[in-house]
Design a protein around this ligand. Structure first.
Ligand code: PRP
Ligand code: MG
Length: 233
């Protein structure tokens, strides 16, 4: 009498049902606007936190079904969690992914078509850029370096953490590189948009190893999200 060939066969002989264990996904979400916009999308895919994130200071939520986990992360940290594999999936802006740069540990799999805006240069209305070294204030140091290198323009970079619009007003810089959505912030601060560096939207990234080890779960989620977001593209 021969041994059982596979676990499935053994289960069948024992009268059990053949069912592969479904593995939960660990999903890192950019806190703030992306988090708020993505919760309904994930809920439509049956992934919902087991308590109200607005009423909690927790940073890791279990899900009501499916055994997933949702991590509330700072934007710049989403690629880090996915690169290191502590999250299987990350949802964050293309700006964050570009600024993170050179990642080998994850794939960008889906454009969710939300959070659309542009990475632009901007400066004071009517003030021409100086011909010498351009002083540029930004929090997107890598994106800015790459852009001006491509332009063959010599720049002096000033790293800020936000509210870059202040820099030209105080003559700390000639130009800023920042995200422009409605353009209201620029107008309110006497600035004008100049060149577009790239279009930005919310993207889904997947850890390379998770792509293999949790292929079915990852693939199912991407498929469901694609159906729900492709109308917006
Ligand atoms: C973002 C961005 C711009 C503004 C663009 O800033 O850095 O300042 O929104 O939006 P708008 O074109 O519709 O005005 P945010 O308010 O997130 O603050 P921060 O720069 O301090 O992070
Ligand atoms: Mg800002």
């Amino acid at each position: 009498d021969r041994g059982y060939e596979t676990i499935e066969e053994k289960l069948q002989q024992l009268g059990g049902s053949v069912q592969r264990a479904v593995m939960g996904l660990i999903i890192a979400l950019n806190k703030g606007r992306i988090f708020k916009e993505c919760l309904p999308l994930l809920a439509a895919c049956d992934i919902a936190p087991d308590e109200d994130p607005d009423a909690s200071r927790k940073l890791i939520f279990e899900t009501r079904t499916g055994g997933h986990q949702i991590i509330v992360a700072r934007s710049a940290d989403v690629p880090t969690y996915v690169e290191y594999g502590v999250a299987d999936i990350g949802i964050t802006g293309k700006d964050t992914i570009l600024e993170y740069g050179g990642a080998m540990g994850f794939y960008e799999m889906l454009d969710l078509g939300i959070g659309k805006c542009r990475m632009m240069t901007a400066g004071p209305v009517g003030v021409p850029e100086p011909s010498g070294v351009l002083r540029v204030a930004t929090k997107f140091i890598n994106i800015t370096k790459d852009y001006y290198r491509q332009q063959g323009r010599q720049v002096s970079l000033i790293k800020l953490s936000g509210a870059m619009e202040i820099a030209p007003l105080l003559n700390l810089s000639d130009t800023i590189v920042d995200i422009v959505d409605t353009g209201n912030t620029l107008v309110a601060n006497g600035l004008e948009a100049r060149a577009t560096i790239c279009d930005i939207s919310t993207r889904l990234i997947v850890n390379r190893a998770s792509m293999k080890t949790k292929f079915d779960e990852v693939n199912a989620l991407i498929g469901q999200l694609a159906i729900r977001t492709q109308g917006d593209q």
